[in-house]
Write a protein that binds this ligand. Structure first.
Ligand SMILES: Cc1cc2nc3c(=O)[nH]c(=O)nc-3n(C[C@H](O)[C@H](O)[C@H](O)COP(=O)(O)OP(=O)(O)OC[C@H]3O[C@@H](n4cnc5c(N)ncnc54)[C@H](O)[C@@H]3O)c2cc1C
Length: 392
């Protein structure tokens, strides 16, 4: 970090509002160092629609992927630790959205296996996930179903001792590169989760969409896909329970990524403002610019404090603290949107230049308010919890 970027933002990054123990500080240092080491390929990877092989190779070599599986399966910690994941994603998203997604999805896509997989399935996949030898994916969304997941139409039936799936999943991260998909499907009157290897007969991938901040995305078509009964995750009808456990563990890490991204955007704006004069005055002292920079810093610190607090609570008891993770996710992603927008404004025309870091961060901030629970859907469920039991 340059001197101009300032002690201010750097100090804030050290988590002074929240005391991190040495275990977490060590991981934070490691993740930041690793993220800085992939700066040379970050821009290329962030514009890619497939997993960047070099990024994957370097992440695998770093060993940081091991935070995504329990120690029993080669993981770094006894169980997946939301605060550790959040800190790693904060460091990664400041440099590369592609790197952040690559790490995050190894956990999000495999957590249901850790929580609900049988012994053979866990042994087969989890060690490989931690080493990035197997790429994970979670397939919930469908072409006509997003937030309202209970309306999904993918079906699961038992036939001849096997599980047979039919349907189409849409906007699935890692589609095409994943080695397996944890698929949520309707089974009779309830919903179940099944592990579908990418090589299973009847699985195909289409890539009909790309988004403003390129992402490894695709549709997964399931046409009479047959897998053995032991590929079921959890008991029949437990699909949503596993999805909820996944959210409870990982939603707060999206807040971490948003804090990292916002910090990087503010650093760009500070560096630009401090190095430019207009009307004979340094931009950082001109008109509303200082207020804009300080407002961004204040909001980032608010977001970081809540995010670390929520992540620490999720690390202790994910489900009991889902409301805090949800607040952190909404708060930090909305703040990241405002910070990145203000930063572009501070940089004037230079904030709009294609291929610049700030332009990339501007695009990358936007999807965060939509995936892993959109702002509105999360606020709606928080409000329901808030008024529960109150007569009106
Ligand atoms: C980059 C990216 C990666 C993704 N990766 C995956 C993945 O790996 N796996 C996967 O399964 N899905 C993935 N998705 C899909 C994502 O989960 C959905 O986009 C998300 O669930 C929202 O659904 P939707 O886009 O269909 O919006 P909709 O549900 O159609 O919502 C549209 C708008 O209506 C609002 N709205 C909806 N319901 C309510 C409500 N009850 N109250 C108030 N407002 C409401 C929403 O907030 C939103 O503003 C990904 C999406 C993106 C952008």
């Amino acid at each position: 970090m340059s001197e101009v970027e300032g002690a201010a933002v750097a100090d804030a990054e050290d988590g002074r509002l929240f005391e991190l123990s040495e275990k977490y500080l060590a991981l934070q240092r490691e993740a930041r160092e690793f993220a800085a080491s992939v700066r040379d390929i970050a821009e290329r990877a962030d514009e890619a629609g497939d997993i960047d092989p070099e990024m994957r190779k370097r992440l695998a070599a770093s060993g940081i992927g091991s935070i995504m599986v329990p120690a029993e399966f080669g993981g770094r910690y006894e169980r997946v630790d939301s605060l550790a994941v959040t800190l790693a994603r904060e460091a990664f998203a400041a440099e590369s959205a592609h790197l952040d997604s690559l790490l995050g999805m190894q956990g999000i896509g495999s957590y249901a296996i850790s929580a609900g997989g049988g012994e053979a399935i866990r042994d087969e996949w989890l060690p490989a996930v931690g080493r990035l030898e197997a790429i994970a994916a979670l397939a919930l969304t469908e072409p006509d179903v997003g937030s309202d997941l209970k309306a999904l139409s993918t079906t699961l039936v038992r036939r001849g001792g096997d599980l047979v799936l039919n349907g189409r999943k849409s906007f699935i991260t890692n589609a095409g590169d994943a080695d397996f998909y944890c698929v949520l499907a309707r089974e009779g009157e309830s919903y179940s989760l099944v592990l579908v290897p990418a090589t299973a007969s009847g699985v195909s991938v289409a890539k009909p969409h790309q988004i403003i901040a390129p992402h490894v995305l695709g549709d997964v078509v399931l046409d009479e896909v047959r897998v053995p009964e032991n590929h079921r995750l959890g008991a029949p009808g437990e699909g949503f329970t596993l999805v909820l456990s996944t959210l409870a563990t990982f939603r707060v890490s999206v807040a971490g990524a948003a804090v990292g991204l916002a910090t990087a955007a503010l650093e760009e704006a500070v560096r630009h403002a401090a190095g430019r004069e207009q009307f004979g005055v340094n931009l950082a002292r001109l008109g509303s610019v200082p207020g804009s920079l300080a407002t961004s810093w204040t909001e980032i610190e608010m977001a970081r404090a809540l995010t670390y607090r929520a992540a620490e609570a999720a690390a202790r008891d994910p489900l009991a603290n889902l409301h805090l993770s949800s607040m952190a996710k909404v708060g930090a992603t909305e703040i990241a949107g405002r910070v990145v927008d203000r930063s572009v404004q501070t940089m004037g025309r230079f904030g709009l230049v294609q291929g610049s870091k700030i332009e990339r961060l501007y695009r990358e901030a936007r999807p965060m308010r939509i995936y892993e629970g959109s702002t509105e859907v999360i606020l709606d469920s928080l409000a329901k919890q808030l008024v529960k039991g109150v007569a009106w």
